[in-house]
Design a protein around this ligand. Structure first.
Ligand code: ZN
Length: 232
C-alpha cells in the first residue's frame, strides 16, 4: 500500500450520505456500491457490529435492498480489511466513533473512494458525531429527506416515540419515526394517523381521517399537500 501515493494515482474522495431514519440513506449507499460492482471495481463494505437489526453479514435497507458487508467493532478495524478495495462503503457511520474521520481520510489519501452513510442528528436533534466532522471534510455530500409520518412534509428529524434514556438505542418503527421540524417540536401533541387510530385517540390536532387540524383543513388533505408543494 502506498501512502500518500504518487501523483499519477487516482485521487481518493469521501462521499457522505446523511439524513434521518427512513430517509433512504442505506438505499442510496447500496445503489452506489452496486454501480461500482457493475463497473468491476473492488468493493469492501462495512457496518458497525452494534447494528444487528436485520442481518449480521449484510447491509439491509428499510426497503429490503441488501448487499453483503463485514461487521466491525470500531473504525480502526476497517483499515485491516480495506487494503485491496477501490471503493469502500460504510453504513451507520454515527456508531463508529470519532476515529472514523481519520480512518476515512487515510483511505481517501490512498486513492480510495470512501462512501459513508449515517444519521446526521440523534433523536434529540443534536449533530451526531462523527458525521458533522465527516461532512466538513467530504468532497461530496448528499442529504436525504424522509416523509413526516404525521403531516407528509419532507422530514429531517428522527423522533423517538417512547421514553428511553441514552443516545444509542437501536430500534425500528416501534421506537422511531421520521418527522418534519414542526411535528418534531410538537412531540406527543401530534401522532401519525395510524398511531392515533390504534391508540383510539379522538381529538389529537392531526389525527385520523376526519380529525380537523388547527387550520380546519382535514388532516388527509394537509398530508398530501406537503411534498407536492415542494416539488413545484
Ligand atoms: Zn410534519
Amino acid at each position: 500500500m502506498s501512502e500518500p501515493g504518487s501523483p499519477l494515482e487516482r485521487p481518493g474522495s469521501i462521499e457522505v450520505i446523511v439524513g434521518s431514519m427512513y430517509s433512504g440513506k442505506t438505499e442510496e449507499l447500496i445503489r452506489r456500491l452496486r454501480r461500482a460492482q457493475i463497473a468491476r471495481q473492488k468493493v469492501e463494505i462495512f457496518k458497525p457490529a452494534i447494528d444487528q437489526r436485520y442481518a449480521q453479514d449484510a447491509i439491509v435497507s428499510h426497503s429490503d435492498l441488501r448487499i453483503p458487508s463485514r461487521a466491525v467493532k470500531d473504525a480502526r478495524e476497517i483499515l485491516r480489511y480495506a487494503h485491496e478495495a477501490e471503493v469502500i462503503g460504510i453504513d451507520e457511520g454515527q456508531f463508529l466513533g470519532p476515529d472514523l474521520v481519520q480512518v476515512c481520510n487515510r483511505l481517501a489519501r490512498r486513492g480510495k473512494r470512501v462512501i459513508v452513510a449515517g444519521l446526521d442528528q440523534d433523536y434529540a436533534g443534536r449533530p451526531f458525531e462523527p458525521m458533522p466532522q465527516l461532512l466538513a471534510i467530504a468532497e461530496y455530500i448528499t442529504k436525504t429527506l424522509a416523509i413526516c409520518v404525521v403531516c407528509g412534509s419532507p422530514a429531517n428529524r428522527t423522533y423517538r416515540k417512547l421514553r428511553r434514556s441514552g443516545r444509542v438505542v437501536v430500534g425500528g418503527t416501534d421506537l422511531y419515526e421520521a418527522r418534519c421540524r414542526r411535528c418534531y417540536e410538537l412531540g406527543r401533541r401530534v401522532s401519525a394517523p395510524g398511531d392515533a387510530a390504534r391508540n383510539a385517540v379522538a381529538a389529537t390536532p392531526i389525527g385520523g381521517k376526519n380529525a380537523g387540524s388547527k387550520t380546519g383543513r382535514p388532516a388527509r388533505r394537509r398530508a398530501r399537500r406537503g411534498p407536492r408543494r415542494r416539488v413545484r
